[in-house]
Write a protein that binds this ligand. Structure first.
Ligand SMILES: NC(=O)c1ccc[n+]([C@@H]2O[C@H](COP(=O)([O-])OP(=O)(O)OC[C@H]3O[C@@H](n4cnc5c(N)ncnc54)[C@H](OP(=O)(O)O)[C@@H]3O)[C@@H](O)[C@H]2O)c1
Length: 299
């Protein structure tokens, strides 16, 4: 791949995953253009990178800003995410129309590689508008940029994550902990640094139009994972099985709290990583994964 311009655009480069991708690209010596609606955040995140970092304001819902953002970049990574809909910020707007817009402008601007971050489990039928929009988003991306690379991580963990950290905080606080169903569903959490590394390495792969499904090295039952986290935080609350159908109304009620421990959309997103399809460990599925990127995930 030619790197004559040496500039990569990371949309959503201030997010949980996006900023790790940016860090790795900077370490590799690229000029990185970080685009989000709050560019001051990326300046604060990478204060020592003034020469290699361009922080710009772009909204995937705003045509002009996307067009400006993709200009003179040889690769684009889209790590934008929306977990809760507000007004005009809908799953369709961000994950489908916005993702398609990025792809189309990238192609028209002669970008060589587009990497779109989606999520595992999106190809199973789902009642969740969040999951359906991710699937439709992948289709929109492939229509706009047929050779796009798609990254589907399983649930991602790491410092400041929105999955294990809230669970750990709750396990510390409560004597009774409600669990999804009987806690037997399988999860294959990926470490955020591994997902970031895999995303960056996908740029070097000779074939671009690949879907990578990324799972961590171990599959845990939900109950096992809770026991492990409980052990780490020194807490053993009583685990109370709650049928899956009860979780949506519980999440709805939790949304009334100032800092909800769960929302309906987070629930949908976790549920997708617990779907029967996603339960099949990424390592045994037919989709390319870490190994194809010469990455052996140990965490
Ligand atoms: N975290 C997980 O467990 C997990 C699991 C599987 C897949 N993924 C996927 O990984 C990707 C990144 O997720 P994440 O958890 O890192 O998300 P995140 O922490 O919520 O970050 C989202 C990023 O997108 C930007 N953004 C949001 N709306 C935007 C818009 N309209 N225009 C431009 N930028 C916008 C945000 O910055 P501003 O708000 O400043 O614009 C932020 O930089 C997503 O595709 C997600 O589905 C994540």
């Amino acid at each position: 791949m030619s790197t004559e311009l040496g500039r990569i655009l990371v949309l959503g480069g201030t997010g949980f995953l996006g900023r790790r991708i940016v860090r790795r690209l900077l370490d590799r010596g690229y000029t990185v253009r970080v685009a989000s609606r709050h560019p001051e955040r990326s300046r604060r995140m990478f204060p020592d990178e003034r020469s290699a970092l361009e922080s710009i304001r772009a909204d995937v819902n705003d045509d002009g800003s996307v067009l400006e953002a993709v200009k003179e970049t040889f690769a684009v990574i889209n790590a934008v995410s929306l977990y809760t809909e507000h007004g005009s910020e809908t799953f369709n707007a961000v994950h489908v129309v916005g993702a398609g817009r990025v792809a189309t402008h990238a192609r028209h601007s002669h970008v060589e590689r587009l990497v779109h971050v989606s999520g595992i489990g999106v190809d199973a039928p789902s009642a969740s508008p969040y999951i359906r929009s991710r699937r439709q988003g992948e289709n929109a991306v492939r229509r706009g940029f047929p050779a796009a690379t798609i990254i589907r991580p399983s649930v991602v963990f790491g410092p400041d994550d929105a999955f294990l950290q809230p669970i750990a905080a709750l396990l510390r606080r409560v004597p009774i902990f409600p669990i999804f169903g009987r806690g037997e569903t399988a999860l294959q959490p990926s470490h955020v640094e591994d997902v970031a590394e895999a995303t960056v390495r996908s740029l070097d792969a000779p074939k671009a139009d690949v879907i990578y499904e990324l799972g961590g090295p171990r599959v845990y039952s939900y109950k096992e994972l809770l026991a492990l986290i409980g052990e780490h935080v020194g807490s053993r609350p009583l685990l109370l099985p709650v049928p899956f159908v009860m979780w949506r109304p519980m999440a709805f009620a939790a949304e009334m709290l100032p800092t909800p421990p769960i929302t309906r959309n987070r629930w949908s997103s976790w549920r997708s990583t617990m779907s029967p399809l996603a339960n099949t460990p990424a390592s045994t599925r037919s989709m390319p994964s870490h190994a194809e990127l010469r990455l052996s995930s140990q965490r």
